[in-house]
Write a protein that binds this ligand. Structure first.
Ligand code: HEC
Ligand code: HEC
Length: 279
């Protein structure tokens, strides 16, 4: 799901650029597109849920409060969905109980699409004779999955203490450039910085194909590795001179929250550094 959203976002950005819109220079833009896309899907899913699912699963998915189409209180026939056993962790306990091997997203989406044979849980996807298109099944699944919360799952937000020195960081995390290539896409670096192999393919930020060399000249006494590391974690500490449409703007148009987003997976930054620095 996440990957699809990111790919969708990139495709959308490229279309905007081709159409000649300059709007993409703003900082929070990319993040906003992603959130807006997810937001619309969840919102649409909420409507579908109230109209089709709440009679059995309850208005808040807890199988506590159910009404029939006339608005009378009825007993809930479905299981709770807004619950830790279905939503918490990569392998929630319901998946384990039912022996489901795929991802949690697939588990929820497929159950909705195909229903549960032998129970009153209906089939929803038109593929299996149900009333919904697959995008609608996807939206309602996104709505259900969105009930997952740190509070419900008892998770504390991960905060990684990024070392000041890139050498200290890389001493703990060895980078993998090949993996970095995929991450350069999924974090949408390429959406702004273009293709590393093609000078001039950058739309918003500087082209990074030669950053391993020129990065060492940006700040006196700072190595290219240290510079790139800091550029990603703290884009506003130093503004690069040249962006494709003139001098780079301050504050930086680069999202300021990679330090936070990569906290759960510091390895991602090591892989991206390896890709950019060719080490
Ligand atoms: C007529 C009642 C009914 C309706 C309407 C209904 N469900 Fe269900 N649903 C059930 C029942 C009963 C189960 C449990 C089946 C079982 O025992 O395995 C279930 C199971 C599920 C599960 C799997 C839960 C688990 O823990 O295994 C999901 C997800 C789900 N429903 C989503 C939905 C969505 C989304 C809708 C609306 C598009 C919907 N259901 C509409 C009755 C219903
Ligand atoms: C929304 C657009 C955008 C995204 C997404 C983005 N950047 Fe940037 N980036 C910029 C801009 C604009 C600059 C120049 C301003 C500055 O120095 O912060 C920049 C600067 C940089 C620099 C310094 C370049 C130089 O020539 O000095 C590096 C390194 C960098 N970005 C890496 C990344 C990486 C890696 C990612 C993905 C994890 C990423 N950026 C995502 C827009 C973006």
């Amino acid at each position: 799901m996440q990957v699809k959203v990111v790919i969708g976002t990139i495709a959308f950005m490229l279309t905007m650029i081709i159409l000649g819109f300059a709007a993409l220079r703003e900082p929070a833009r990319l993040e906003e597109f992603t959130l807006a896309y997810e937001g619309r899907s969840i919102e649409n899913g909420a409507r579908l849920f109230q109209n089709n699912c709440a009679t059995c699963h309850g208005v808040n998915g807890k199988a506590e409060e159910c009404y029939d189409s006339a608005g009378n209180v009825v007993g809930c026939k479905g299981l709770p969905l807004n619950t830790a056993s279905l939503l918490c962790g990569d392998k929630p306990s319901r998946m384990v109980t039912l022996g489901w091997e795929g991802t949690k997203g697939n588990f929820v989406q497929n159950t909705i699409a195909a229903g549960r044979v032998g129970t009153v849980m209906p089939t929803w996807s038109a593929q299996f004779g149900g009333p919904m298109r697959d995008d609608q099944v996807g939206d309602v699944a996104a709505f259900v999955l969105n009930w997952e919360s740190d509070a419900m799952c008892g998770v504390e937000a991960v905060v990684f203490e990024w070392p000041d020195s890139v050498d200290d960081f890389l001493a703990d995390y060895a980078g993998d450039a090949a993996n970095g290539e995929g991450l350069f896409l999924t974090y949408a670096c390429s959406g702004c910085h273009g293709d590393l192999g093609t000078a001039g393919s950058n739309a918003v930020g500087p082209w990074l194909g030669e950053i391993a060399v020129i990065g060492g000249d940006r700040i006196a006494g700072t190595s290219a590795a240290q510079y790139v590391y800091e550029s990603i974690l703290h884009p506003n500490d130093f503004i690069a001179p040249d962006c494709p449409n003139g001098p780079c703007l301050s504050p930086s148009a680069m999202p300021p929250n990679f330090a936070e987003r990569m906290s759960a997976n510091p390895q991602d930054l090591a892989d991206i550094l390896s890709l950019l620095l060719g080490e």
